[in-house]
Design a protein around this ligand. Sequence first.
Ligand SMILES: NC(=O)c1ccc[n+]([C@@H]2O[C@H](COP(=O)([O-])OP(=O)(O)OC[C@H]3O[C@@H](n4cnc5c(N)ncnc54)[C@H](OP(=O)(O)O)[C@@H]3O)[C@@H](O)[C@H]2O)c1
Length: 300
Amino acid sequence: MNLQNTRILVTGGTGFIGSRLAQKLLDSGANVTILTRKIQNSPFKVIIGDLTNPNLQFDQKFDVVCHLASVTPLEKNKKILHSVNYDGVRNLFSAVSGAKLFVYISGLAVFDSACDLITEESLKKSDTEFVKIKIKAQEFLEENCKKSGMNLVVAHLGDIVYGNGGFFKSIVFDRIKNGTFRIPGDGKYIKNFIHVDDVTDALIAIMQKGENDTYILTDSVPVSFREFVNFLADNIGVKRPGTVPASLAKLVLGSDAINLLMRSTSASNQKIRQIYDFKFTSYKEGLNNLIPILKNENEH
Ligand SMILES: NC(=O)c1ccc[n+]([C@@H]2O[C@H](COP(=O)([O-])OP(=O)(O)OC[C@H]3O[C@@H](n4cnc5c(N)ncnc54)[C@H](OP(=O)(O)O)[C@@H]3O)[C@@H](O)[C@H]2O)c1
């Protein structure tokens, strides 16, 4: 699909990933609208709306919908989780009838962590409320996109998207830098990382292809959380963080978030690499590029 002048709705377009995606789409000539709950200055067309509104309606049509808005496993209130991450998907789907393509953002957490190497074909497993809701929302879209003739792409993002923003910057980078970050448990669990620029560029490649499909978006080097954090600390030039017992971390961040973080999984990016050439194929390349930018920003 040629994205030039294509009408694209980005939900979560004020967020860490969505704002960068919307800007790249605008730069490439697309007609970009974002959905947000709060009025703001924006280079994009803006619709003020809340996904949890069962009467959500738009007075314009879209060719492509990229659905990034969601609440994270850090949300402890299950009612909010359900109303944004499931009801929100249903409400959005009803409001965008007639679109050609729906891109749904999910995560690796929906796959069974017992797999040695997760691929797009791996089995799913609901082992937390957060995951149960994500799987239910995906099933709703699979059934209803098919019925209505809308193409559906499900993009499962790596566990941690890193870049200049989001929870990576506020919870991981800034806290490692100021010495308040602690690794939950022993940190030996394997995680999958991806630079935010690779997420947004890969999503654009997926939209250009425009076909029904599922992709895992992660770099080529799954690594233990501890190694990632230590590499970051060493290259910022600060002390490596210590650990905190998982039970204590759960009290602070909630059990879903910590259970998901402490699952060890490796995922394959073989499929996305057939249509997208990664800028940063490993976390080391990505962080080496990013750290000077973040350090420089903190100094000004
Ligand atoms: N960041 C990561 O490491 C990571 C990893 C794996 C998967 N993901 C997935 O990637 C997607 C984007 O993540 P992110 O880190 O960019 O998110 P983020 O920065 O936390 O942004 C969340 C976005 O969701 C919107 N939103 C939340 N509740 C809403 C509601 N009720 N109605 C309308 N909009 C609502 C917010 O918009 P307003 O506040 O402006 O209304 C905001 O733009 C999410 O689906 C996330 O689960 C992220």
